[in-house]
Design a protein around this ligand. Structure first.
Ligand SMILES: [Fe+2]
Ligand SMILES: [Fe+2]
Length: 166
């Protein structure tokens, strides 16, 4: 549902217009594509582009944290509540998030000049690639089949993401 000019719904300050009235799966998939593009941009940077690497890695970590937090607080519980058969899948996703968060915390503490910086960003990208594949091919499919209220969840996810600052 798009906001018409006559509605007075409040848009949180940090929420982009494009995140209004978008269904949860579309929103989360757009986040995935956005982060994938950022990882590709990182790959393309020269070995000595330390300042750009640090900046881009921070952006990746920030975007992933917002996304994962909103998934864990809003999307995953809704999927979990849709049936016992979803539990193992959601549990695995939560464990993958924990691994990602651990790496994110390490990357945020490091300088791009340090030895393992590139390696950590690379491993994070591989972990996320695998995780996103499972979400898009399995979890999102099941969420659609379960007829979750994706518009409402999308609104909640967008609002939650807008609240998170790092
Ligand atoms: Fe996730
Ligand atoms: Fe995701």
């Amino acid at each position: 549902m798009r906001t018409s000019s006559t509605t007075t719904r409040n848009t949180p300050k940090n929420m982009s217009k494009s995140e209004e009235g978008i269904d949860a799966i579309t929103l989360l998939t757009e986040d995935h594509e956005n982060v994938k593009a950022l990882f590709e941009k990182y790959e393309g940077l020269g070995d000595r582009a330390h300042a750009s690497k640090k900046k881009l890695a921070t952006e990746i970590c920030t975007e992933l944290t917002k996304h994962a937090t909103a998934e864990e607080e809003i999307f995953y519980p809704a999927v979990r509540a849709a049936g016992k058969d979803k539990e193992d899948m959601v549990d695995e996703a939560v464990v993958e998030h924990a691994s990602a968060k651990d790496l994110i915390a390490q990357i945020m503490e490091m300088e791009a000049t340090e030895d393992l910086f590139d390696a950590k960003v690379k491993v994070l990208s591989e972990l996320i690639e695998h995780h996103v594949e499972e979400e898009e091919n399995e979890m999102f499919k099941k969420a659609r089949d379960a007829k979750l209220d994706l518009e409402m969840l999308g609104q909640q996810i967008a609002e939650r993401k807008a609240q998170i600052t790092m």
